[in-house]
Design a protein around this ligand. Structure first.
Ligand code: NDP
Length: 445
């Protein structure tokens, strides 16, 4: 396999899908060497079968808004690969959603899920519906209409969706309710459910906490930890909030948070009480981050910008893809950042990744660092299957140990001759090998 040839062919067959091409290129360029050690893989054309999703469902979602207008959105589910378990991956509701974005996310998810060591394949879905500015009733009607199509393609042993951008506990609850009504079955078909109906403790916290557990493992390799370290966090949604919470618990200082309108910089640090304010603002009132700066004196709000120009020890991108470009990365490095650990999926552009790696700073790609979310989703599936609920401590311990194992796998496959750990290569090779072996064993299907 020659990575560039495979990529060119994919670009020819699936044009106008830049995010999908970007994710595939990153993986192929790092697994090429390992792949070529196994001529049997190439004979079975494993690489194309791994890059092209098993199937994609695409449908129209029609719903009625509060004013009685009939609205349409597009709905999708990309079932990428189920060699090691049922398809598993979140649902994203955001105006920017398109097939390229969902294909990149489903592709990444396949390797991430493999890394967790849990039996989960990769998938992703969503809609170009944006919950922003919609009433509760509108969100409910949309979720119900979306599930009216999706339900026939998913199931607890087939495909188990979860949340992602724009899909939190509220949306998962509405979708679960409709699935249950349609199938007359109470099952673990979605994860991220409410705690009263099959949800797992620590699931809301899992992605953010997991990212910090991973970061701590990386810092340990440099003989340090988070105490007294300053952190830049982007986003103020689920991942960002619990990333901030864990940073505070570990003795770090959170300087920034953001949303799609801009970022806030608090030189005093966003402490526990201030984080509670953000959680209430975002989760209860669905407000804007700008209001934080209006509420607390001495806080700077920068409209239409991302926080990467600020000086700090650690960067924790937790909003969306391609939110750190080459210039941002150079600025971060010039300001002395020592670690970047990705809560979001693919937040750094390929150029930004090169800048971090050339500077030899600790850099963890999302598929390793944010795998805590899907890991606890996997634990939620297990609890649903055995009809038991584990305690907070039990789930948190399991999460910690999974993140530690992922870190070890990255070090094993990603350590370069000079001792620098290329976490991108480590995560890709470790994730790839397991899926590849399972696919080989299962024949040409
Ligand atoms: P949320 O919807 O809860 O929060 C997303 C945050 O990012 C919001 O603050 C949002 O601002 C901001 N944001 C979204 N899109 C953009 C954009 N285009 N530009 C700037 N800011 C933006 O989502 P999550 O916290 O769940 O997800 C964040 C990231 O983490 C995503 O990349 C997701 O794929 C990834 N992830 C999530 C997991 C999970 O368990 N939830 C698991 C693994 C990865 P605004 O309010 O203005 O829209």
């Amino acid at each position: 396999m020659k990575a560039t040839n495979v990529l060119e062919e994919l670009k020819r067959r699936f044009p106008n899908e830049p995010e999908y091409h970007q994710a595939v290129e990153e993986v192929l360029s790092t697994i090429e060497e390992e792949y070529n050690k196994h001529p049997e893989f190439d004979k079975a054309n494993l690489i194309e079968r791994l890059c092209i999703p098993d199937r994609i469902y695409q449908f129209r979602v029609t719903w009625v808004d509060d004013k009685g207008n009939v609205r349409t959105n597009m709905g999708y589910r990309v079932q990428h690969n189920n060699a090691i378990g049922p398809y598993k991956g979140g649902i994203r509701f955001h105006a920017s959603v398109n097939l390229s974005i969902l294909k990149f996310l489903a592709f990444e998810q396949t390797f991430k899920n493999s890394l967790t060591t849990l039996p989960m394949g990769g998938g992703k879905g969503g809609s170009d519906f944006s919950p922003r500015g919609k009433s509760n009733a509108e969100v409910m009607r949309f979720c119900q209409a979306f599930m009216l199509e999706l339900w026939r393609h998913i199931g607890p042993e087939t495909d188990v969706p979860a949340g992602d951008i724009g899909v939190g506990g509220r949306e998962v609850g509405f979708m679960f309710g409709m699935y249950k009504k349609l199938t007359r079955e109470f099952s673990g078909v979605l994860t991220g459910k409410g705690i009263e109906f099959g949800g797992s403790l620590i699931r809301p916290e899992a992605t953010g906490y997991g990212n910090i557990y991973f970061l701590l493992e990386m810092l340990k390799t440099k003989g340090t930890d988070l105490k007294g370290k300053t952190c830049l966090i982007s986003g103020s949604g689920n991942v960002a909030q619990y990333t901030a919470e864990k940073v505070l618990q570990m003795g770090g200082k959170v300087l920034t948070m953001s949303d799609s309108d801009g970022y806030v910089y608090d030189p005093e640090g966003i402490d526990r009480e201030k984080l509670d304010y953000i959680m209430e603002l975002k989760n209860l009132y669905r407000g804007r981050i700008r209001e934080y700066a209006e509420h607390y004196p001495g806080v700077k709000y920068v409209e239409g910008a991302r926080p990467w120009g600020e000086k700090a020890d650690i960067a924790l991108p937790s909003a969306t893809q391609n939110e750190i470009n080459g210039d941002d990365a150079r600025q971060l490095v010039a300001n002395g950042v020592m670690a970047v650990s990705e809560g979001a999926n693919m937040p750094s552009t390929p150029e930004a990744i090169r800048v971090f790696q050339d500077a030899k700073i600790l850099y963890a790609p999302g598929k390793a660092a944010n795998a805590g979310g899907v890991s606890v989703s996997g634990l939620e599936m297990t609890q649903n299957s055995i009809k038991l609920s584990w305690s907070q401590e039990e789930v948190d311990e399991k999460l910690k140990s999974i993140m530690k194992n992922i870190h070890e796998a990255c070090v094993k496959y990603g350590t370069e001759p000079d001792g620098y750990v290329n976490y991108v290569k480590g995560a890709n090779v470790a994730g790839f090998m397991k899926v590849a072996k399972a696919m080989m064993a299962q024949g040409i299907v």
